[in-house]
Design a protein around this ligand. Structure first.
Ligand SMILES: *[C@@H]1O[C@H](CO)[C@@H](O)[C@H](O)[C@H]1NC(C)=O
Ligand SMILES: *[C@@H]1O[C@H](CO)[C@@H](O)[C@H](O)[C@H]1NC(C)=O
Ligand SMILES: *[C@@H]1O[C@H](CO)[C@@H](O)[C@H](O)[C@H]1NC(C)=O
Ligand SMILES: *[C@@H]1O[C@H](CO)[C@@H](O)[C@H](O)[C@H]1NC(C)=O
Length: 468
């Protein structure tokens, strides 16, 4: 393929040179130095065009993109803090828009209050989403709802999706990750409507993700090209879940492949206001089709690309593969951060969550990063722990009250993902991320800047605790 391209290039180039030579004779009558300039300039331009036009899409696609958040009840910010659409409103909006299809990539399901052993009135929002989905069974112009979920377990029996399937509201498939990878889960949180609009982010199909857990994601509307690209990843989940004996293809067929990646992102005109370049990455590598950037590479390249700062907000950070028979050292992200800080003087801020289920050994890895700052003056790595406040009633809610965000923002790139940062999430668990780069034509208030505003709001809030 590459060879073919180069040959075509040579043929074209030869005829181009012939034409150019004719021009040259004419030009010679004028001045020789002018000719030389002209010829060199044209030659360079022509080569660039020929080498890249086969794979590259230079179109600019419109897309309405906004950040969406769940802010747990009782987590108060000052009045002038930036505010964004809620996850609940984003999901309702997607349900309102759907008139053909809704594809849901999900981990576990507990949208109804009774799925969780506590009586909390804040489950009402999740129940509203659930009943909207269930209602699809009775709607005359019902839509095609497809749900891909991680294999149910004793802890997460996913009664919600059993009900949705039994009532005929949705088709549901489960993916057994341990069967394929020896471990892992489908950890993606993804909504796709009519292949036009989508949500991607940290929020699970859980009522707590709307009222009790802090979440960050992105809502895309009127965004068919990016939505169709993300739909290729859902298509792979659907394939694996539909047939429990389905093998993972060595090479995913063409329809799963993408033209948009770190090298050649999609050119987006966001909100009819400014330009950004974007692509969707995913994990684990066996589910990454041709052309797609692997999620770990997206993270590392984002860090490598930073010139001034890297701000990271993730629930957990471990340079380890934690699960499985033997813990293994997994230094790829850690190395990229150390290199950026030590070699390039990039300032790094890490906002990591803390709750009662946190593993205290995480402190050692974080401290070893922060300690580099003491060793060299120009090295600046700071860590804070984000703790969601709670009153005694909220404290009774199991696995609530935590910062579940998974994003990174640098001076040039916004990365919004679904994975915790430990090796497991990149080796045997399925996740997904949207990467958006500022261009020269990006507005001052681009989505990257807004993500930075969110990070700074949280970093400077009373909920971010100094770490030593
Ligand atoms: C947030 O505001 C509410 C309403 O004023 C209050 O009840 C709650 O205690 C506040 N939360 C914190 C952590 O101060
Ligand atoms: C979908 O429904 C909206 C109204 O809810 C309508 O405006 C639009 O034309 C419909 N689109 C299609 C493709 O049917
Ligand atoms: C929740 O409420 C129901 C009915 O009011 C009660 O039977 C049940 O014990 C309560 N569960 C918990 C965990 O408080
Ligand atoms: C990652 O996130 C989940 C919640 O989504 C949490 O329960 C888990 O303990 C986290 N950490 C690791 C290292 O898996």
């Amino acid at each position: 393929m590459q060879q073919k391209l180069l040959e075509d290039d040579d043929v074209e180039y030869a005829s181009y040179r012939q034409r150019n030579n004719t021009t040259a004779l004419l030009m010679l009558l004028l001045t020789t130095s002018c000719l030389l300039l002209f010829w060199t300039a044209c030659r360079g331009q022509k080569e660039v065009l020929l080498r890249t036009e086969a794979m590259r899409d230079d179109n600019i696609y419109n897309c309405d993109l906004q950040l969406v958040e769940s802010i747990p009840i009782g987590l108060n910010y000052s009045a002038k803090s930036p505010k964004f659409l809620s996850t609940f409103d984003a999901w309702k909006l997607l349900l309102d828009k759907a008139n053909k299809s809704l594809d849901l990539g999900s981990f576990y399901w507990s949208l109804r209050g009774e799925d969780v052993n506590c009586n909390d009135s804040s489950a009402a929002l999740g129940e509203e989403i659930f009943s909207r989905l269930l209602q699809n069974a009775n709607n005359q112009d019902n839509i095609n709802i497809r749900i891909a979920q991680s294999e149910p377990s004793d802890i997460s029996p996913n009664l919600d999706t059993k009900l949705l399937a039994n009532y005929g509201a949705a088709k549901v498939v489960s993916i057994n990750f341990p069967k394929y990878f020896g471990g892992g889960v489908l950890h993606t949180k993804l909504w796709i409507v009519d292949n036009q609009h989508f949500y991607l982010g940290s929020a699970n199909m859980d009522w707590r993700s709307l009222t009790q857990v802090k979440e960050l994601g992105v809502l895309a509307q009127n965004c068919p090209q990016l939505a169709s690209d993300v739909a290729k990843i859902f298509k792979a989940y659907w394939y694996l879940g539909s047939d429990t004996n389905a093998p993972i293809p060595h090479k995913w067929p063409y329809e799963y492949s993408t033209n948009y990646n770190d090298q050649q992102p999609m050119h987006l005109n966001l909100n009819m206001a400014y330009a950004m370049n974007g692509y969707i990455s995913n994990s684990p590598p066996p589910l990454t089709a041709d052309g797609r950037t692997h999620d770990l590479d997206a993270i590392i390249k984002t860090i490598e690309n930073a010139m001034d700062f890297v701000y990271i907000a993730v629930m957990d950070y471990f340079p380890l593969i934690i699960y499985g028979p033997k813990q293994r050292f997994w230094p790829y992200i850690d190395n990229a951060l150390r290199e950026a800080a030590v070699e390039r003087g990039v300032a790094i801020k890490m906002l990591i969550s803390w709750w009662k289920h946190s593993d205290p050994s995480e402190d050692n890895f974080l401290r070893s990063l922060q300690d580099l700052s003491m060793e060299r003056k120009h090295v600046d790595i700071q860590v804070r722990r984000f703790i969601v406040p709670m009153d005694p009633d909220q404290a009774r809610i199991p696995f609530g009250r935590v910062n579940h965000n998974k994003y990174m923002v640098t001076d040039r790139i916004a990365y919004i993902g679904t994975s915790n940062w430990s090796g497991d999430y990149f080796t045997d668990t399925a996740g997904i991320a949207l990467v958006l780069k500022d261009t020269l034509a990006s507005a001052k208030n681009s989505l990257r800047q807004e993500l930075q505003n969110i990070f700074e709001r949280d970093w400077n809030s009373p909920y971010a605790h100094k770490f030593s």
